[in-house]
Design a protein around this ligand. Structure first.
Ligand SMILES: Cc1ncc(COP(=O)(O)O)c(C=O)c1O
Length: 376
């Protein structure tokens, strides 16, 4: 089926004696056994729960994978993924990443004996020198958060060969615009808190793969470490996904207009949005994805303008996170990326003049009017 249909119907239950249109919330921790050594197929909700199972089936289908696992947050998914690796393993990762992922690498993975080498994965010329035999995995965020750099997923797969596990954080584009498993990735990661949920009301995370052996390993880690998504939260994400396509199309249309408007504003010195033809990865974005998404970062002329904009926005909310129906503005250096060392932040371009917009589904003229008065 096509993606909008999967969004609406993909979580429907096979066994639905009441004909309920929405997935029932199985708010239970455990399940009774019909007899000794017998199971209904459900034993304990950390292992599996019918509401979560319906969501997992749907997300797997959206990403064209065979299995998805739903976690209590994107970081819970990321933490479980890291349990695949052993002390001494090397992971090559994009240099410009969500700050929480970088914090996990620096504070937890490092302590557990993993070496994470960060590099600009969008620069394919530098990669062959970095992919040594010790590299067990390549972790890519594309587009990156917050500088919106785009990595050629299929080219990385080709350069790396079949061995290293290729992991792609697909949070920004969602399967609506980009399906990394079809481009050669082994695992897709999501913060489901963002576009999949879409309403800024639920935390969730996903891992998706199409390799049964890998899925089995991840499932064992999942049920052992226990960061599963709760039944009610699973229901909320199922409900959010129903409108994923509509929201992505609307947000992207507004983002395209806003990016153009920002680029012409006298107080804006740079706009980073892969949907603008002057973005260095515009052609690549067109090739490997069917859309550009609705995340924009931009630089203003001074730190005073940055602070003033954050303080004066009225309709747009100054808040961390992204991917919901409400438009949010973020100050990466103080919020999402505050834990990065200052020198690293500066070298990536995450300065005190950089702002990030997650464009929601409000009327774009109202968003422009709000930014105009905030910048003026
Ligand atoms: C690209 C990306 N990946 C992962 C995460 C982590 O997800 P969560 O906040 O659901 O733990 C975030 C959070 O902002 C993110 O932006």
């Amino acid at each position: 089926m096509n993606i909008n249909t999967i969004c609406v119907h993909g979580a429907a239950l096979d066994n639905n004696p009441t004909g309920a249109l929405s997935v029932p919330i199985y708010q239970t921790a455990t399940f009774g056994h019909p007899g000794v050594g017998q199971s209904t197929g459900y034993d304990y909700s950390r292992v599996q729960n019918p509401t979560r199972e319906a969501l997992e089936r749907q997300v797997a289908e959206l990403e064209n994978g065979s299995e998805a696992l739903a976690f209590s947050s994107g970081m819970a998914a990321m933490t479980a993924l890291m349990e695949l690796f052993e002390p001494g393993d090397v992971i090559l990762a994009s240099d410009d990443l969500y700050g929480g992922t970088a914090r996990l690498f620096d504070n937890i993975s490092h302590k557990n004996g993993l070496t994470v080498v960060q590099a600009d994965t969008s620069d394919l010329t530098a990669l062959p020198g970095l992919i040594s035999p010790g590299v067990r995995a390549i972790f890519i965020e594309t587009p990156t958060n917050p500088m919106m750099k785009v990595t050629d997923i299929a080219a990385v797969r080709k350069l790396a060969g079949p061995e290293p596990l290729l992991i792609v954080d697909n949070t920004f584009l969602t399967p609506y615009f980009q399906r990394p498993l079809e481009l050669g990735a082994d695992v897709v990661l999501h913060s489901g808190t963002k576009y999949l949920g879409g309403h800024n009301d639920t935390l969730a995370g996903f891992l998706v793969t199409s390799q049964p052996e890998l899925a089995e390993k991840l499932r064992t880690i999942y049920k052992t470490t226990g960061s599963c998504l709760a039944p009610f939260d699973s229901f909320l994400i199922v409900r959010g996904i129903k409108t994923l396509g509509l929201r992505m199309v609307q947000s992207q249309a507004s983002a395209l207009r806003l990016a153009g408007w920002l680029a012409n504003h006298p107080k804006v010195t740079a706009v980073h949005y892969p949907g603008r033809p002057d973005h260095p990865h515009y052609e690549l974005s067109r090739r490997q994805a069917t859309g550009f998404g609705a995340m924009i970062s931009f630089e203003v002329d001074s730190v005073e303008t940055a602070h003033q904009t954050l303080e004066k926005v009225d309709l747009i909310i100054y808040a961390e996170s992204l991917g919901g129906v409400e438009t949010l503005i973020t100050y990466p250096m103080l919020q999402t990326h505050s834990d990065l060392p200052e020198a690293t932040r500066e070298s990536l371009g995450i300065t005190d003049r950089l702002l990030r917009l997650s464009v929601g589904i409000e009327d774009v003229d109202d968003l422009i009017a709000d930014l105009e008065q905030a910048l003026s």
